[in-house]
Design a protein around this ligand. Structure first.
Ligand SMILES: NC(=O)C1=CN([C@@H]2O[C@H](COP(=O)(O)OP(=O)(O)OC[C@H]3O[C@@H](n4cnc5c(N)ncnc54)[C@H](O)[C@@H]3O)[C@@H](O)[C@H]2O)[C@@H](O)CC1
Ligand SMILES: [K+]
Length: 515
């Protein structure tokens, strides 16, 4: 990952703490030539964003300040917004005596700016005509699930912001959310449901995957003037359209169908033939040169051609040689013994390989297949949803979801392959642990067939020469962005079909080839 992709980097809390330590050491070495503390800069950046979110002068703003430095940021932003003429109330949830010196000085500033300090009893008596709520309860120092009065406060604040339909701005992290994993902390935990989050120093992984996307809202980053060389390349980045530019090259005039690869889709057990056809159509719409649909065995009423897309060729996968082919195996495959032999052949000989759905379940149930896959040296991509990932890792689905990055990393390393862990904020992880978190997609994709489409798109991109990681990243982005575009047109989230994604995915792939 080079310097040019610094804007896409996402960090763990440990990495952010290390950057912060280095930056503070640099400030000290420079004899504090920079007179503003990081907290003051955080407050300033948050006040800028708050001003953009406010539509009126003299707005009434409620600021929640927790017991640590996140609370210090809250005092700072409260002071700045009050100085701008807004009516700011701060609900402080920490002992004044326990604040750091930075937080105390921000608190004094807020007092000097006539910010009104209130408690929950006073809050209940005030008219609820807030224009903005700012959450400075907990940031990256969250230790456990908020409980008791703080949990009640978060519940009330979420309800209030939703009822008033006002912005709720989280400072650094929505309080209660684990900034690394994107999980709400605690079994019955609660977190602030923000409309906007301003992430300080760097972007954080937990804001973009699992529950993170639902709780963080729109995420922006304030680097607090820390110089670029303080930010290590890191192991994680966001998967955005801009980060994918330049991978798919414009096609050469002097090319032919052989230039864009042969994809074989293997899947479609009895009652599931549609899954294989959807994957085959997806490969067709995604630019592969030739597409074969291989439905194993003899299935009564299995089609011999696709009347809507007669360009797809139907062949017996048992009779095909996979050496020069890009194989996608799994959609609707079933788990019979005969398909196991096909999976073994595919792992051993396919030029590139996408493993999805039932093929993943077969690998989860058979250590020999898993070893065979791990020993493969040619490109492979696995596309499990959390339950399939859980089976592969021999653990519960809750454990996978509790730390999606860790689960994706374990799987990619164990099976020596690129893994796409699907779900909100899909994770694309390489065997060396480098990962991307996808930024597109919505619940319209929660319907049968969308996974088959993703597998087909991935296979087509491998056939066109992408590496496994490139194919997975582009496919995941183009597939999920298609759903975003369709929802924006009113086609979904309710009732979007996997088939409707196909022409929009095609548009998105063509968009990525434009210079
Ligand atoms: N250190 C710095 O230089 C900077 C820190 N910044 C801010 O400081 C934050 C980190 O500060 P802290 O390390 O003080 O951590 P936090 O302010 O996130 O929270 C830690 C405090 O909350 C308490 N706490 C944690 N979980 C709790 C729970 N469930 N119930 C009740 N109390 C709980 C802890 O005992 C501690 O007092 C960042 O998220 C960021 O907002 C920014 O101002 C940027 C600069
Ligand atoms: K917060």
């Amino acid at each position: 990952m080079g310097n040019q992709d610094s804007v896409y980097r996402v960090y763990s809390v440990a990495e952010i703490r290390a950057i912060e330590t280095d930056a503070l050491a640099m400030q000290a070495d420079a004899g504090n030539a920079d007179t503003m503390s990081l907290m003051q800069k955080a407050g300033l950046a948050a006040a800028h964003l708050a001003a953009e979110l406010l539509t009126q002068a003299h707005a009434k703003i409620l600021v929640l300040a927790g017991p640590g430095n996140n609370g210090g940021d809250a005092f700072e932003v409260a002071a700045l917004l009050s100085a701008q003429g807004h009516v700011v109330h701060v609900l402080q949830c920490g002992e004044t005596a326990n604040y750091s010196s930075d937080a105390l000085s921000s608190r004094h500033k807020a007092q000097a700016q006539h910010v009104q300090f209130i408690d929950t009893a006073i809050l209940a008596t005030l008219p609820a005509d807030w224009a903005l709520i700012i959450d400075g309860l907990f940031g990256i120092g969250l230790k456990q699930a908020p409980e008791g009065s703080i949990a009640s406060l978060i519940r009330d604040i979420n309800k209030l912001a939703a009822e008033l339909a006002i912005p709720l701005l989280a400072l650094d992290v929505p309080s209660g959310l684990n900034a690394d994993t994107g999980q709400v902390t605690g079994a019955d935990g609660i977190a602030v449901c923000a409309t906007h989050t301003i992430s300080f120093i760097g972007n954080k992984t937990g804001l973009h995957t699992g529950a993170g996307r639902d709780y963080a809202g729109e995420v922006s980053v304030a680097t607090l003037d820390i110089p670029a060389n303080f930010f290590p390349p890191g192991k994680a980045r966001l998967n955005t359209a801009a980060s994918l530019k330049g991978i798919l090259q414009p096609r050469k005039q002097n090319s032919h169908k052989g230039s864009y690869g042969d994809v074989i889709i293997i899947g479609g057990a009895s009652g599931m033939v549609g899954a294989a056809i959807l994957a085959a159509r997806a490969a067709q719409f995604s630019g592969a040169g030739r597409i074969y649909c291989g439905i194993p065995g003899v299935i009564p009423l299995a089609p011999s051609y696709d009347s809507l897309h007669p360009e797809i060729m139907f062949r017996s996968p048992e009779d095909m040689d996979f050496h020069n082919h890009h194989v996608v195996i799994g959609p609707g495959l079933g788990t019979s013994a005969s398909v196991q032999a096909l999976l073994t052949k595919a792992i051993k000989s396919a030029k590139t390989l996408v493993v999805d759905a039932d093929a993943l379940n077969l690998i989860a149930a058979d250590a020999a297949l898993a070893h065979l896959l791990a020993a493969r040296t040619a490109a492979s991509v696995l596309t499990p949803h959390p339950l399939e990932a859980a089976r592969l890792l021999q653990q519960g689905v809750a454990e996978v979801q509790a730390d999606r990055l860790l689960a994706a990393r374990k799987l990619a390393q164990q099976l020596n392959t690129v893994v796409v862990l699907k779900g909100s904020g899909s994770i694309i992880c390489e065997a060396n642990g480098d990962l991307s978190i996808n930024t597109t997609g919505n619940p319209a994709l929660a319907s049968g067939g969308t996974g088959d489409v993703l597998a087909g798109v991935t296979g087509a991109l491998l056939a066109q020469g992408c590496t496994a990681a490139e194919a997975a990243r582009i496919a995941v982005w183009a597939h999920a962005y298609a759903a975003d575009e369709l929802v924006a047109q009113g086609v979904g989230p309710i009732g979007l079909t996997a088939s409707e994604l196909l022409p929009v995915i095609r548009q998105n792939l063509n968009l990525l080839t434009k210079r």
